[in-house]
Design a protein around this ligand. Structure first.
Ligand SMILES: NC(=O)C1=CN([C@@H]2O[C@H](COP(=O)(O)OP(=O)(O)OC[C@H]3O[C@@H](n4cnc5c(N)ncnc54)[C@H](OP(=O)(O)O)[C@@H]3O)[C@@H](O)[C@H]2O)C=CC1
Ligand SMILES: CC(=O)[C@@H](O)[C@H](O)COP(=O)(O)O
Ligand SMILES: [Mn+2]
Length: 382
């Protein structure tokens, strides 16, 4: 029985993780969970799964929970609470499915307490990949990818990444505006941007897919998860999202992972690997129905966020921290209707050009630079 702690239980990845746990009760037990402000859903989850410890956004949400809380459930809150639930609870594995760099400290805390990390929360690896991977090595825990592309690569990897692999090839759907030119993006609405062609996901990642910042963050995520240089990471447009990513070996062989777009597959594999379990309610891939698959080289001038992510990744140090923090705020401003869609990459570009990167930043430096960047973006808007 694998004991699981889940951060971000009310979100897209969180609810699908609970589906997996629910459908394999003989394999998995939920020990701790966290959510933010969705008390109504969070309470139902607590009543169903009876975790020992729960973290919510603030004291306000904790107070809303108390009257209906089953006996024996401990409630904590805030950033410190997230670290506590991730580190203290007696789980074997942490599923980190919160959105944003708020996931960094709980990840480090869980690693220090010896838990493996099933990581969906890519922003944590983007903002501080060097710290997370160093610490995982030190405490001998595994970082297991949940992101579909990285899970695909993980499943295609055999042998020595350094010696045998020529390239990782990340597939990209192109997002909601893939059939429009840059000039056609002026005035697009939040609703249009949230209409992803292949995946149903949380709002922030859906906007990231539309700007292709998602793929940029995934390039940086791949660099850290697989300890591979940027020169060996490529992105290819593949509009069907059937091939989830590929590994090209030095002998020219390319291994790919295919499947219908369903995040429960990589979530379940991260929890059960190397064992494979039946995906209850899943749809098998029917290639006759799919018919053909398409591939295209992305135009870096069209997908400026992807270009900036490659550049920031190659600069390294604190540059990816700035890229990520600026993007988190810019996306939230777009979702709140305060800036146009095309304002997102402009704000990220400005934040990067105003920053002098520090090499090998410490945790304190990362936290400071992340906060400074968020404030800077808000000041540009004022
Ligand atoms: N959705 C997907 O298919 C994929 C997602 N990912 C990655 O997984 C992560 C989660 O994505 P997704 O599930 O789509 O996101 P959602 O927005 O759907 O869910 C986010 C979860 O995090 C909680 N949360 C958000 N902010 C805070 C905070 N400040 N403090 C505590 N909890 C918080 C939310 O709580 P509440 O709603 O209760 O406020 C919710 O439970 C992201 O990093 C994303 O990039 C990666 C691959 C695929
Ligand atoms: C499901 C998943 O892993 C997402 O990150 C997905 O890849 C988004 O799709 P695109 O970024 O390719 O549009
Ligand atoms: Mn992905």
């Amino acid at each position: 029985m694998r004991k699981i702690c889940l951060l971000g239980s009310t979100g897209s990845i969180g609810t699908q993780t609970l589906d997996v746990i629910r459908s394999h009760k003989e394999e998995f037990q939920l020990i701790g969970l966290s959510f933010g402000r969705n008390v109504a859903l969070g309470l139902k989850q607590i009543q169903e799964f009876r975790p020992k410890v729960v973290c919510v956004y603030s004291k306000e949400e904790a107070n809303l929970l108390y009257p209906d809380l089953p006996p024996g459930v401990k409630v904590v809150y805030g950033e410190q609470g997230l670290v506590e639930v991730a580190a203290v609870c007696e789980a074997d594995i942490l599923v980190n499915a919160v959105m944003g760099s708020i996931g960094l400290k709980p990840t480090l805390g869980a690693i220090e307490s010896g838990k493996d990390i099933a990581i969906a929360n890519k922003e944590t690896l983007v903002t501080a990949g060097h710290l997370v991977t160093e610490m995982a090595k030190k405490y001998e825990v595994e970082l297991i990818p949940v992101d579909s592309e990285h899970s695909a690569i993980y499943q295609c990897l055999h042998g020595d990444v350094e010696k045998d692999v020529d390239r990782l090839i990340l597939t990209a759907s192109g997002g909601s505006f893939r059939d429009r030119s840059l000039s056609e993006l002026e005035g697009v609405t939040v609703e249009e941007a949230l209409n992803h062609p292949n995946w149903e996901m949380g709002a922030k990642i859906t906007i990231d897919s539309a700007t292709m910042m998602n793929k940029g963050l995934e390039v940086i995520e791949a660099r850290w998860l697989f300890n591979i240089p940027y020169e060996k990471i490529d992105v290819i447009l593949h509009k069907e999202s059937i091939i989830h990513s590929m590994v090209e070996y030095i002998d020219g062989s390319v291994l790919a992972h295919l499947g219908t777009p369903d995040m429960r597959v990589p979530i379940q594999y991260a929890l059960s690997k190397p064992k494979r379990l039946v995906l209850h309610g899943g749809q098998k891939l029917n290639l006759w129905e799919v018919g053909s698959l398409h591939f295209e080289k992305p135009n870096m001038e069209r997908y400026r966020c992807l270009k900036m992510a490659f550049e920031a990744g190659k600069i390294g140090g604190s540059a990816p921290t700035v890229l990520n923090a600026a993007n988190e705020i810019a996306v939230s401003e777009f979702l709140n209707g305060n800036i146009p869609f095309l304002g997102i990459d402009q704000l990220v570009e400005k934040a990067l050009s105003d920053h002098s990167p520090t090499s090998d930043p410490s945790l304190d430096e990362i936290v400071m630079i992340d906060e400074e960047t968020r404030n800077k973006i808000k000041s540009y808007l004022n």
